[in-house]
Design a protein around this ligand. Structure first.
Ligand SMILES: NC(=O)c1ccc[n+]([C@@H]2O[C@H](COP(=O)([O-])OP(=O)(O)OC[C@H]3O[C@@H](n4cnc5c(N)ncnc54)[C@H](O)[C@@H]3O)[C@@H](O)[C@H]2O)c1
Length: 270
């Protein structure tokens, strides 16, 4: 029986935003299992660093801007050429903006929506023909706790991430006849990724607290009393990639230590 950390057959995967954070954590696991993995990213410096660290002939670092459909098509073509096909797409590229309502410009709005929503959809559109041919296709989108709840001052990101949950379901319906599953993994804040570090800096400036105090405060709000790690998210991605998960599609999985499904009794101490 296939174990979710040990697929019987190695995968041919393209990971957007794969040079850092959750995408890179998934790439490390897949490479360790003998899969062929393209990591596509706009951050050239991070791509070079990741390629040097992983140091595998099975790794294909690619310059990729998910806001450009030409760049997307080049990345998919490069995977086809190097791997002879593609069976897995992990949409992890993401950006965030935190701005009070009055300071949300059209540029900020479009920047976040273009990467976090349009990027996910057009990556799936471009990769779908190859992934459908594979007979064991997997698309995993990285949503967020912001796919489920709203956060003050995080307008465009919440809009994009809610929509990623929706488009996960529409893609799941359309691609199911081709044995392609499409699922979404929704982490709570993880302070160690590129985005996590950016949000941490914002929180430090906004509150005057130290990193240690902020990490303790966010962990205290989570029922399992710790912050999410890159490994937590990579493991959830691997769960959906497993051959044994081939009946699971259109799902939105919280990776949140219970935060989105349980709250203390209002007015009572937890
Ligand atoms: N870290 C968190 O707290 C957190 C929580 C919930 C969801 N997420 C989501 O997880 C995903 C991965 O983020 P992360 O936390 O690993 O941060 P990260 O910054 O480490 O990784 C995101 C990667 O996306 C890349 N990227 C940005 N714009 C791009 C573009 N136009 N084309 C291609 N690549 C691009 C970045 O260069 C970066 O390497 C994102 O979708 C993010 O929204 C993060």
């Amino acid at each position: 029986m296939a174990n979710y950390n040990d697929n019987d057959d190695p995968r041919r995967a393209l990971i957007t935003g794969g040079a850092n954070g959750f995408g890179l954590a998934a790439a490390r696991i897949l490479i360790s299992q003998g899969s062929q993995v393209a990591i596509g990213d706009v951050d050239e410096k991070q791509l070079t660093k990741a390629a040097k660290e992983i140091d595998s002939a099975n790794l294909l670092p690619l310059s990729l801007d998910v806001t450009s459909r030409a760049s997307i098509q080049l990345a998919v073509d490069a995977c086809n050429e190097k791997f002879g096909g593609l069976d897995t797409l992990i949409n992890s590229a993401g950006v965030i903006d935190i701005s009070p309502l009055s300071e949300v410009t059209e540029e900020k709005w479009d920047f976040v929506l273009d990467v976090d929503l349009k990027g996910v959809f057009f990556m799936a559109q471009a990769a779908a023909p190859l992934i459908s041919e594979s007979g064991r296709g997997r698309i995993v989108n990285i949503g967020s706790d912001a796919s489920k709840v709203g956060f003050a001052q995080i307008h465009a990101y919440c809009a994009a991430k809610h929509a990623v949950a929706g488009v996960t379901k529409s893609l799941a319906g359309e691609l199911a006849p081709h044995q392609v599953t499409v699922n979404c993994v929704c982490p709570v804040g993880s302070p160690t990724t590129g985005m996590g570090e950016w949000v941490m800096s914002w929180k430090k400036a906004a509150t005057g607290l130290t990193r240690k105090e902020i990490e303790a405060s966010t962990a205290a709000d989570i029922p399992l009393k710790r912050n999410a790690t890159e490994a937590d998210v990579a493991n959830a991605i691997m769960f959906f990639l497993a051959d044994s998960s081939d009946f699971l599609t259109g799902l939105i999985l919280d990776v949140d230590g219970g935060m989105l499904s349980t709250i203390p009794i209002p007015g009572a101490a937890d």
